[in-house]
Design a protein around this ligand. Structure first.
Ligand SMILES: Cc1cc2nc3c(=O)[nH]c(=O)nc-3n(C[C@H](O)[C@H](O)[C@H](O)COP(=O)(O)OP(=O)(O)OC[C@H]3O[C@@H](n4cnc5c(N)ncnc54)[C@H](O)[C@@H]3O)c2cc1C
Length: 476
């Protein structure tokens, strides 16, 4: 018997380790006569220490969908609590099971793509060239019932031994019995975390590849158009395999080349593949530089003297900065546990370069609120915006939050969806909010705040802050 440990791969299909453990990899490198396998998920208190209400809810939803996928195959999911280093060997003993490790989360593991000099990449465009030229593995087949330990046998094995042999109750193993958030010390989140599981992920991917992907490059920056895949949480929890997702884009690309779609359809699909590659780029940045979770990737000579005003940071978190596109993004985050990519860039630039607040405040807030929070991508995004990352935004490129709003949400549709105080306003007034007089603001939208900072002043202050950090004279 094999024991398979699910971590960030809450799926049975296109799962490298599970295919190997169940003997489902017939015809591939994993072609073995192994199995049957029992699958386990372990609630690790050390990991839960860093979790949030949103992510615990999302995780439990993903686990419920995974458990159903096992039940459909006559098996079940073992659910354990405790330190995996204690729980897993004990469970492996009880089940008399084998253990081994596989790479699964990315198409190219973090050591696979290096510069010609053998170093990890720190510039995305060069990484992408190698990434896109490399052959990609095919999706792995899902196990059949024969490859899995059936539910009765699981219950008998863990029921009679692992469960009854006492010890610390957190080490206990249950068959298919998922805890509630409260059991784990968390509350139900206020935000809607969205659907979970492989079936929902596939539906989302298929819908996206049917239509939206062919206008992806043209539309992806417009938050109101909802033209991106919304796959991030599914990829984060591994509810869809990245080989499966990539193969589907490759099919879409060949279809695009062969029918009457617009001439640039392949480029549109490639732009989407580029985002999958960003995910792998940041994964390898984190793998080779684990200190970036708390430290700047790019060290400044003198250190950055962040202003870190607690009231300004709190207004940013509440979505009450008086900059409509920023507030819309922060409220989307609070209500939907998600934020559109362009708006993530805008709010991150606003926090670091208008409020002059350390990117770590923003990263911590995103980590708490985002359903798709992924250490590598979140950190990469924040360090990009703060000009401290790998191929970061240069420090002197400072987004103007008003012109960003006007360019990417011209009709203020996205803003109005998330900022009800501005719903009845003409878009032009919304985009001129910072220029209106107090009386004009009071007449137009009395409940919406005035800008908490002056963008032009703060832009100058940010340039001076970065110049000092670079050891340069801020007056020059
Ligand atoms: C400050 C900041 C924080 C971010 N935090 C996260 C995070 O915690 N988790 C996360 O998955 N993404 C994060 N991103 C990247 C990006 O915003 C989201 O992946 C994207 O908005 C998710 O929507 P989607 O699935 O519709 O994306 P699509 O545009 O459809 O992209 C497809 C997939 O590619 C990956 N991807 C897309 N853009 C990026 C990117 N810039 N970097 C890395 N991977 C990318 C994601 O897995 C995404 O699901 C962050 C970006 C910024 C600027």
């Amino acid at each position: 018997m094999e024991l398979f440990w699910h971590r960030r791969d809450l799926r049975v299909a296109d799962n490298v380790g599970l295919a190997a453990a169940t003997g489902a990899g017939a015809g591939t490198d994993d072609d073995t006569d192994r199995g049957p396998a029992a699958a386990v998920f372990v609630f690790d208190p050390d990991v839960l220490d860093h979790a949030s209400d949103v992510r615990v809810r999302r995780l439990l939803d993903g686990l419920a969908a995974l458990r159903d996928d096992y039940r459909e195959r006559g098996s079940d999911l073992l659910v354990a609590r405790g330190d995996p280093e204690t729980v897993l060997p004990r469970l492996a003993d009880v089940l008399d099971a084998e253990r081994e490790a596989h790479h699964d989360a990315v198409l190219h593991d973090p050591d696979a793509i290096r510069t010609n000099a053998g170093d990890p990449y720190s510039v995305y465009s060069y990484y992408w060239k190698k990434w896109t030229d490399r052959a990609k593995d095919d999706p792995r087949p899902a196990p059949t019932a024969e490859g899995l330990v059936d539910a009765d046998a699981l219950a008998a094995a863990v029921g009679s031994e692992a469960r009854a042999d006492g010890g610390d109750p957190v080490d206990r193993v249950a068959v298919g019995d998922l805890p509630t958030p409260a059991d784990l010390g968390f509350a139900e989140p206020d935000a809607a975390v969205g659907p979970a599981g492989t079936a929902a992920a596939r539906e989302r991917l298929d819908g996206f590849l049917d239509e939206a992907v062919f206008a992806y490059e043209a539309e992806r920056d417009y938050p109101a158009s909802e033209s991106t895949s919304r796959l991030s949480a599914f990829l984060r929890y591994g509810e869809i395999g990245v080989r499966e997702a990539y193969a589907a884009t490759a099919d879409a690309m060949s279809e695009a080349g062969s029918d009457a779609r617009s001439d640039d359809a392949p480029e549109q699909v490639e732009e989407f593949q580029q985002q999958l590659a960003w995910r792998e780029f940041y994964t390898q940045v984190l793998f080779h530089n684990p200190e970036v979770v708390t430290e700047n990737y790019k060290a400044y000579e003198e250190g950055i003297e962040w202003r870190d005003d607690p009231e300004e940071i709190a207004a940013w978190k509440r979505g009450e900065t008086g900059y409509p596109i920023v507030d819309a993004g922060m409220r989307q985050l609070r209500e939907k546990a998600f934020m559109h990519n362009r708006v993530r860039m805008i709010v991150a630039s606003f926090l670091t370069k208008d409020l002059l607040a350390d990117w770590r405040h923003g990263y911590d807030h995103f980590r708490e609120k985002l359903a798709d929070h992924d250490t590598a991508n979140d950190n990469g995004g924040w360090q990009w915006a703060a000009s401290t990352g790998t191929d970061a935004q240069p420090y002197f490129r400072i987004f103007n939050p008003m012109t960003q709003g006007e360019r990417y949400d011209p009709d203020a549709e996205y803003i109005k969806e998330h900022v009800p105080e501005l719903r009845d306003l003409d878009p032009d007034l919304i985009h001129e909010w910072h220029e209106l007089s107090p009386t004009q603001r009071a007449n137009a939208a009395p409940d919406y705040p005035a800008p908490i900072v002056d963008h032009s002043e703060r832009r100058e202050a940010a340039l001076a802050m970065y110049k000092r950090a670079r050891g340069e004279d801020p007056e020059e």
